[in-house]
Design a protein around this ligand. Structure first.
Ligand SMILES: C[S@@+](CC[C@H](N)C(=O)[O-])C[C@H]1O[C@@H](n2cnc3c(N)ncnc32)[C@H](O)[C@@H]1O
Length: 282
């Protein structure tokens, strides 16, 4: 692997060693409504593959492992940051093996997994190719690779193109802030330099996120047979889910109605979704 590949890994280790202690409490993907959404996706994958073994790439502190462990017999987690992977909870009946390694070069038993996963992880890589090949090699024929919560290039491009001096609703201002000031905020709050933060999120902060076309091409080149792309979390979804004027039931159903309506408008509406994900079949 070239030196830029290695330097992105080192930036990730530096950033995540600092974030690890407060990671689960700070990251919005640990909220109950997102856990329910992800659990639904995993259940569908497990039932389609009659899954017994799962591989979680970039497992961090175990977000997906915690959700999945009641459904499968064995899980292997891979992560390059000791401070993150050492927090994975291995309690329970599921046999959990952890590998402190780079997902692009980790050695795993070929063709032995039913499902591979990567959650909020791929944009931390300098090059997704080696990791896609790891997933393809590890999965059995018919196995499925699920990735989610990856930055959608079309969304971030549209946000960056907005005139900075415009007058915007707080819903949009939050996203503009996330593009223009997130590295500053991380530097002040965690004392990790902007350069390290931006390098650690290479495929968001340097390349601008993932285009669905690029993901599809790289997955097919790695040996996957078919790829289904989806988009997740539209602009303003948090304010619908937290809208105090609606009852808790109405908040959930209204948020889902907006999501399904915008999904029907794809690809026209793809600039409105923050994240892109996929399910690829081996
Ligand atoms: C944003 S966290 C996501 C963790 C977890 N999947 C979650 O959803 O909470 C990204 C993780 O990727 C790990 N990571 C970054 N580059 C890696 C690499 N090349 N190989 C393995 N893990 C890596 C980091 O150490 C970090 O734990």
């Amino acid at each position: 692997m070239n030196s830029e590949y290695q330097s992105v890994i080192r930036a990730n280790q530096e950033l995540h060693t600092v974030l690890a202690g407060s990671y689960d409490a700070n990251e919005p993907h640990f909220r109950a409504e997102n856990i329910a959404h992800v659990e639904g996706r995993l259940q569908a994958l497990f039932s389609a593959t009659s899954a017994k073994r799962m591989l979680d790439l970039g497992c961090g502190t175990g977000f997906l492992i915690n959700i999945a462990k009641k459904y499968v017999a064995e899980i292997d987690g891979v992560d390059v940051t000791e401070a993150m992977i050492s927090r994975v909870d291995r309690s329970g009946d599921c046999k959990i093996r952890l590998h402190l390694a780079d997902t692009g070069s980790v050695a795993l038993e070929p063709g032995s997994f039913d499902v591979a996963t990567a959650y909020s992880f791929l944009h931390h890589l300098y090059d997704i190719g080696p990791t896609f090949r790891t997933a393809a090699r590890a999965l059995r024929p018919g196995g499925k690779f699920y990735a989610d919560l990856e930055p959608n290039y079309y969304f971030w491009e549209a946000v960056k193109a907005l005139p900075p001096a415009g007058s915007y609703d707080p819903i949009l201002l939050r996203e503009i802030h996330s593009v223009t000031e997130k590295d500053e905020e991380i530097e002040q709050r965690f004392h990790v330099s902007k350069q390290v933060f931006n390098s650690a999120e290479y495929n968001k902060n340097i390349t601008g996120g993932f285009r669905e076309e690029t993901l599809k091409e790289a997955l097919l080149a790695a040996g996957f047979r078919s790829v289904e792309i989806f988009y997740y979390w539209y602009l303003g979804q948090a304010s619908v889910i937290n809208d105090a004027a609606l009852s808790p039931e109405l908040r959930g159903s209204t948020a889902r109605l907006f999501a399904s309506t915008l999904e029907k408008g794809l690809p026209l509406t793809r600039t409105l979704f923050k994240y892109v994900g996929f399910v690829a079949t081996r």
